[in-house]
Design a protein around this ligand. Structure first.
Ligand SMILES: NC(=O)c1ccc[n+]([C@@H]2O[C@H](COP(=O)([O-])OP(=O)(O)OC[C@H]3O[C@@H](n4cnc5c(N)ncnc54)[C@H](O)[C@@H]3O)[C@@H](O)[C@H]2O)c1
Length: 356
């Protein structure tokens, strides 16, 4: 939360480089912070309305999403008691890859819950990738504790999110035998295999076909940009892998319906033609959803080992706020923000700032 204001409300910008510096070496801490945010969410101490999708008739693959949210007090690895309100505004333009820049770009605005005044604007794409990866790592950690540690990890889709998920999974300290990768683009798969997984020293197999990657992995990370299911044969999952379905729309409903399904938030994830949303439309109910991550964290749900387990996280704005507020605190303490003096100018209701 913003520091106690004596004078006019302050405002600062936190550029991507400062966000990156603030988060360096803190993956374990961020996984715990994200779990704290899920607990608060599960306890009803957050506000997280539906995301708002801005789409364009002339650019059907592009979208910009607004994720407003409010996190109650108690989140923060440093024990900070205050809460935070705010919004993430995140663009997804898959065509950016052809321009040599990442698909997603984002801003995160933090508002002071006492006054509503915005007090910080942070580069949001790193925070978004980090909270997504920390959420995936949390689910993987807790579900693997129940079902056994994977030895073979496969990445289906090899973009920026896959890289962050890899970084956060590596924090779990698993002893892995090998990695697998598969991507529509052989070039991206080869680059990921060499530059992201190569330094691990573990064997890396590039799979030309999707089936081979799925059958060869105990844990599969889906991080593609597929808009509709393209993996539809349930028999590929006969070995009952753990699936982190981060990209949400890859799996056919037959696979969803024969798996144990864990989600982040039921109302959120049953929207926007996610695979679980399609399964709800097909069956007319949501009985196939077994648990939320909160249920896993609190021990209410134990994942079976004799079925595939699919984690489908819609991605909650409360996670962006929890991580973003923490980054802001760290960057402020390190003198690594860019203060914008006088950002709020008209502060006397009866006297114009111009004449005072
Ligand atoms: N659930 C969440 O909270 C959350 C948060 C952030 C991002 N995401 C999702 O993660 C996904 C990946 O994001 P990114 O920034 O890494 O994107 P990216 O564009 O950097 O990478 C996506 C990769 O997937 C590959 N791909 C696309 N369709 C494929 C298919 N059918 N089979 C195999 N490979 C395919 C592309 O070639 C590309 O290399 C996006 O769908 C995004 O919406 C989810």
């Amino acid at each position: 939360m913003a520091e106690q204001q004596a004078g006019p409300p302050g405002f600062s910008v936190v550029p991507g480089a400062a966000v990156h510096r603030s988060l360096a070496g803190r993956r374990a801490e961020i996984i715990d912070l994200v779990e704290d945010a899920y607990r608060l969410h599960g306890e009803g101490r957050t506000v997280n309305p539906p995301s708002y999708f801005l789409r364009f008739p002339d650019r059907p693959t592009a979208r910009i999403i607004a994720l407003p949210a409010s996190v109650g007090g108690g989140v923060g690895a440093d024990g900070e008691a205050g809460g935070v309100d705010g919004i993430k505004w995140i663009s997804s333009f898959p065509g950016n890859l052809g321009l040599g820049i990442p698909r997603a770009s984002a801003l995160l605005l933090l508002n002071d819950p006492r006054t509503g005044y915005p007090y910080a604007c942070l580069e949001g794409s790193i925070i978004s990738a980090v909270r997504t990866a920390a959420s995936a790592a949390s689910a993987a950690r807790r579900l693997a504790e129940q079902r056994g540690t994977p030895r073979r990890v496969g990445f289906f889709g090899t973009g920026l999110i896959a890289r962050y998920v890899h970084d956060y999974l590596s924090e779990l300290g698993w002893q892995l035998d090998e990695f697998g990768v598969h991507d529509l683009s052989a070039e991206y798969a080869a680059s990921f295999a060499e530059r992201v997984l190569g330094p691990t020293g573990r064997p890396v197999r590039v799979h030309q076909d999707a089936e081979s990657l799925v059958r060869s992995s105990d844990l599969i990370v889906f991080a593609t940009t597929a808009a509709a299911p393209h993996v539809t044969d349930p028999s590929w999952f006969d070995h009952n892998p753990l699936v982190l379905h981060v990209s949400l729309r890859d799996l056919g409903t037959d696979i969803v319906l024969r798996s144990a399904n864990v989600v982040d938030d039921v109302e959120h994830v049953l929207k926007a033609d996610t695979s679980v949303h399609l399964a709800e439309q097909e069956t007319g109910d949501r009985d196939f959803l077994d648990a939320t991550l909160y249920d896993v964290l609190t021990g209410k749900f134990t994942a079976p080992a004799d079925r595939p387990v699919v984690f489908s996280p819609f991605g909650l704005g409360v996670l962006d706020l929890a991580v973003g507020a923490h980054v802001h605190r760290l960057a402020t303490a390190a003198g690594d923000t860019v203060p914008v003096d006088g950002f709020f100018h008209e502060l006397d209701r009866h006297q114009s700032a111009a004449t005072s």
